[in-house]
Design a protein around this ligand. Structure first.
Ligand code: 4AD
Length: 561
């Protein structure tokens, strides 16, 4: 008998097993078994496995029986382990019971069949915008789940169909049915039921609620990682939100701006109709510039050089002799290098051209168009409600607009210590750049017609003021919070003068033969202007940037989605 066997025999007074413990090589897991080859790590664990075991521990460089004091400590430790194991087992049992209960509920909910009650009157198909006039009737309405709040025994849905929002409530079997538990945000459904006013003190869109008696799922949107709320997170980086523009468009704010935008385009068309202007559609692909070569987007067109249009002005000028006063609503393109709040690479340009009028006539016309459009928007209950939501402090501008000459603006800027781009006092000929213009407009706080800019800082086609040929019959309309929303001018109607303008700007007049012909075949005094749709909207809807006013904004480095 070896020395160890002898020692073991001496201590093995119990009828339990003999278990080996090695603090450095042992492990307290079921893959160990307490043999010398697979010892446990702690005496407590060994006793937890076999309470009546004889414990042999590895000490210094050999195994020896555990000391009485270590054994006492180990017994305590083993008791702790027993309690811990009992607690874990209890938790496991509780979890299993909960899962079984849940499973039972799912089985029960799966057993609920959602069926339409044939005895109910046939449902009338409506859009949400018509829900108030259809209260009390049985209706059906299809749309997207804008918000979903399942509760015990009831589920609330806010449905969106593009025409409005409708709160709907599912109760009883409808709320408990399995299919209801699978609903997610942006899933499409058709809801059937009756709309009634919500009880006093409760709020819901339009003050009413659809009590659903039957519904169908049209398309389930994903849950989990792909869930809508994971794709679109409110405080996400703007570039991530722009990548997901096709989904962010569904949000309250962006969709409201897009509706105001539609209202604006409709209203301005109505105003133009009242002002006797005819709508035309000039081309986007052109071979001439209007507003300077540096912002042209070039392209190859069947082997020839061409551009995306910067402005349809030159084409509109050719339409006046044929159609009278004209306008267009057309995309314009500018390769703007700078990232600013008010520049896009593609924007919707509202442009008009009018014949036989003076510069003052044109300013009056611009005022009527802007104010008439705003009046129409505010008179439309749907659009004015959206504007109120987006820009609670918006007030229609009062007429007449303030009129201020460029030179007077320089005086104003110098008096208010607003410097030019070089950080110096403004002097005649300086461009009033965005920051200074904005400061001035915001301080004055009302729309301004800023007129008579120097020839050198304006385009080749602008007519000079007779009494002061240093300046042009030009205007920028400036609005608080945005700055310039409109630029316009009277046009040179004399061929020689026009050719001198081309020369001054270093433009080859050849491709402009058709434009120059206007001065040859019955010249006439005329003028026009361009309004940036997104800039008017930024002003009207109080948006920080024009990017929020474009469906899929294009600016430096972005042409997706
Ligand atoms: O002042 P602009 O460059 O004038 C013209 O293009 C004239 N040819 C128009 C005309 O007389 N028919 O541009 C007119 C308006 C600006 O006042 C501004 O509202 C908008 O177009 N605009 C832009 N909007 C967004 N992004 C840009 N990069 C813009 N550039 C001009």
């Amino acid at each position: 008998m070896s020395e160890l066997e002898q020692k073991v025999a001496e201590v093995s007074l119990t009828d339990g097993p003999t278990l080996y413990v090695n603090d450095s090589t042992g492990i307290d897991e079921s893959s160990a078994n307490g043999s010398q080859e697979k010892p446990y790590k702690t005496p407590a664990y060994a006793l937890f496995v076999a309470p009546n075991a004889s414990i042999i521990v590895f000490k210094d460089d050999s195994y020896e029986p555990i000391s009485p004091s270590a054994l006492k400590k180990a017994k305590k430790g083993a008791d702790g382990l027993v309690k811990k194991a009992e607690k874990a087992k209890k938790l496991e049992e509780q979890q299993a019971a909960r899962e079984a209960e849940e499973q039972k509920k799912i089985e029960a909910s799966k057993a609920i069949v959602i069926e339409q009650d044939k005895s109910l009157p046939e449902a009338l198909k409506i859009k949400i915008k018509d829900s108030t006039e259809n209260r009390g009737k049985r209706i059906k309405v299809s749309g997207w789940i804008h918000r979903f709040r399942p509760q015990k025994g009831v589920a609330f849905i806010v449905l969106r169909d593009g025409s409005g929002l409708l709160q709907a409530v599912l109760s009883g079997n409808l709320a408990n049915a399995y299919q209801t538990s699978t609903l997610t945000r942006e899933s499409t459904v058709t809801l059937y039921g009756v709309i009634s006013p919500v009880p006093e003190g409760q709020s819901a869109p339009n003050g009413h609620e659809l009590a659903v008696d039957y519904y169908e799922i049209v398309g389930l949107a994903p849950s989990g990682d792909e869930a809508f709320s994971n794709r679109i997170q409110e405080n996400a980086d703007p570039s991530i939100l722009l990548d997901q523009r096709h989904l962010t468009l569904r949000g309250d704010t962006l969709s409201a701006v897009m509706k105001v935008r539609a209202g604006l385009l409709r209203a301005i068309r109505d105003v133009y109709y009242e002002e006797n202007l005819t709508e035309v559609t000039p081309p986007c692909i052109v071979q001439t510039q209007v507003e300077g070569g540096s912002t042209l987007f070039g392209l190859k067109y069947y082997g020839e050089d061409a551009y995306l249009t910067q402005s349809s002005q030159l084409y509109l000028e050719t339409c006046v002799p044929a159609l009278g006063d004209v306008y267009c609503i057309q995309e314009s393109f500018r390769a703007e290098k700078s990232h600013t709040r008010r520049h896009l690479s593609e924007y919707t340009h509202i442009e008009a051209e009018l014949g036989f009028l003076t510069f003052d006539d044109m300013l009056d016309h611009i005022e009527r168009v802007i104010c008439g459009t705003i009046d129409k928007l505010l008179a439309d209950p749907t659009i004015s409600a959206l504007i109120k939501e987006l820009n609670p402090n918006f007030e229609a501008p009062s007429r007449p607009f303030m009129r201020m000459k460029y030179e007077d603006a320089l005086v104003w800027l110098n008096e208010h210590e607003i410097p030019n781009e070089e950080g110096e006092k403004f002097k005649f000929g300086d461009d009033i750049a965005e920051a200074a213009e904005r400061k001035m407009t915001d301080t004055i706080g009302v729309p301004i017609f800023l007129t008579q800019f120097p020839v050198e800082i304006k385009s080749f086609y602008m007519k000079k003021v007779k009494s002061d040929p240093r300046v042009t019959e030009s205007v920028d309309v400036l609005m608080p919070n945005v700055g310039e929303i409109t630029g316009g001018s009277m046009r040179i109607d004399n061929t020689e003068e026009l050719l001198a303008g081309f020369k001054r700007e270093g433009i080859n007049p050849e491709p402009y033969y058709w434009f120059i012909d206007q001065r040859k075949y019955g010249t006439f005094p005329h003028g026009g202007y361009g309004l940036g749709t997104e800039r008017i909207l930024a002003w009207l809807c109080n948006r920080y940037t024009v990017r929020e006013c474009s469906l899929y904004p294009r600016f430096t480095g972005r042409a997706k989605p």
